[in-house]
Design a protein around this ligand. Structure first.
Ligand code: CNA
Length: 282
C-alpha cells in the first residue's frame, strides 16, 4: 500500500522509500518482530488464520478450547494433545522461508539490531541468524525439562518421544518424580524468558522496525511496536492490518504474503540475487 504523502522520515509511505532509507545509511539499527505468519510458507500452520490455522484444526484433539493445548494446568492433566501437535511442529522437519533468509541477510550486513520472534520453530537459527541477535520471546523447542522438578531432559530422548507423539516423563524415574516433560516454550500464564525483558529496550534504539506475520494478539509481545520512537518508520508485512500499525505517519503497510513483500523490498534494495542465492543454499 503506497501513500505518496511524505512522512516525517520517508519520502513516501512505500517500500521504495523504505529501501532508500536503508541505502542512505540512516537505518543501521533495524529491529524485526515476527510471528507464525513468517513460517506458514515453510508448511507450519499459524494459530489464527481461518481454516488453515492450528486453532481451526484442533477439533480432532477433543480439547475444551483450542488454547488449552498450550495451557499448563491442562497439560498437567492431559499432555497428549500437545504431543500430537509437537510431532507436526518439531524443528528439523522444515526449511526457513525467504523472510527468514532476509533477516539473516540484514544480520550479515550488520544492520540487524535485534530480532524478537514469537515462533518456537527455531527457523531463525536454521537461517543462520546469530543467536545473540535473536530473542525467542515464547521460548523454543531447543531445550526441555520436567514441569515438576525442572530437571532437564536429554535432546535425543525428546526427539524419539516427539517423533512417536509420546509423552516423555522425568528422567529421575517413577519413584523420584515422574513429572511430565515439556519443551521450554512459554505456555499461557507462564513468564516470558528474562531475555525478553532485558532486551526489549533495544526497540527504543531502532531506526527502522519491521513487523512480519503476526496478529499482535499475544501480550506482552504485542506491545513491542509501541516502543518504537516517534518518527521511526514501522513497516508491516502481513496478510491483514494488525495492532496500531498504519496509524502513525511513518507506518508503511505491505499487506499480502510476507515473502512476496520481502522480495519486493529486496528488489528495491538491489539484494534480490543475494537473497535468492542464500535461500537456495539452505
Ligand atoms: P497468529 O496469531 O496465528 O497470527 C499469524 C498472523 O500472520 C495473522 O495475522 C495472519 O494473517 C498472518 N499470516 C499468516 N500467513 C502469512 C503469510 N504467509 N504472510 C503474511 N502474513 C501471514 O500468530 P502469532 O505469531 O501472532 O501469535 C503468537 C503465537 C503463535 C506465539 O505464541 C507462537 O508461539 C505461536 N505459533 C508459532 C508457530 C511457529 O513457531 N511457527 C506456529 C503456530 C503458532
Amino acid at each position: 500500500v503506497s501513500d505518496d504523502t511524505p512522512t516525517e522520515t520517508l519520502r513516501e509511505r512505500s517500500l521504495a522509500a523504505v529501501a532508500e532509507h536503508i541505502k542512505s545509511g540512516k537505518a543501521r539499527r533495524i529491529v524485526v518482530m515476527t510471528g507464525a505468519g513468517i513460517s506458514t510458507a515453510a508448511g507450519i500452520p499459524d494459530f489464527r488464520s481461518p481454516e488453515t490455522g492450528l486453532y481451526a484444526n484442533l477439533a480432532k484433539l477433543n480439547l475444551p478450547r483450542p488454547e488449552a493445548v498450550f495451557d499448563l494446568p491442562f497439560f498437567r492433566t492431559n499432555p497428549k494433545p500437545f504431543y500430537v501437535l509437537a510431532k507436526d511442529l518439531y524443528p528439523g522437519n522444515f526449511h526457513p522461508t525467504v523472510s527468514h533468509v532476509f533477516i539473516s541477510l540484514l544480520a550479515k550486513k550488520g544492520l540487524l539490531h535485534q530480532l524478537f520472534t514469537q515462533n518456537i520453530d527455531c527457523l531463525e537459527r536454521a537461517a543462520g541468524i546469530p543467536s545473540e541477535l535473536i530473542v525467542e520471546a515464547h521460548g523454543s523447542f531447543a531445550t526441555q525439562r520436567c514441569i515438576e522438578c525442572r530437571t532437564p531432559y536429554p535432546d535425543d530422548l525428546m526427539r524419539e518421544h516427539v517423533s512417536r507423539a509420546q509423552v516423555p516423563r522425568c528422567i529421575r524415574g517413577p519413584t523420584e518424580c515422574d513429572g511430565f516433560v515439556k519443551p521450554d516454550i512459554v505456555f499461557f500464564h507462564e513468564a516470558l524468558p528474562t531475555l525478553f525483558y532485558d532486551r526489549k529496550d533495544l526497540v527504543d534504539h531502532a531506526d527502522l522496525a519491521l513487523v512480519l506475520g503476526t496478529s499482535l494478539q499475544v501480550h506482552p509481545f504485542a506491545g513491542l511496536p509501541e516502543y518504537v520512537r516517534e518518527g521511526v518508520p514501522r513497516v508491516l508485512f502481513n496478510m491483514e492490518r494488525v495492532g496500531s500499525l498504519g496509524s502513525l505517519a511513518d507506518d508503511v503497510l505491505e499487506l499480502g504474503d510476507c515473502d512476496g513483500g520481502i522480495r519486493k523490498l529486496a528488489d528495491e534494495l538491489g539484494w534480490s540475487d543475494e537473497l535468492e542465492a542464500e535461500w537456495r543454499k539452505l
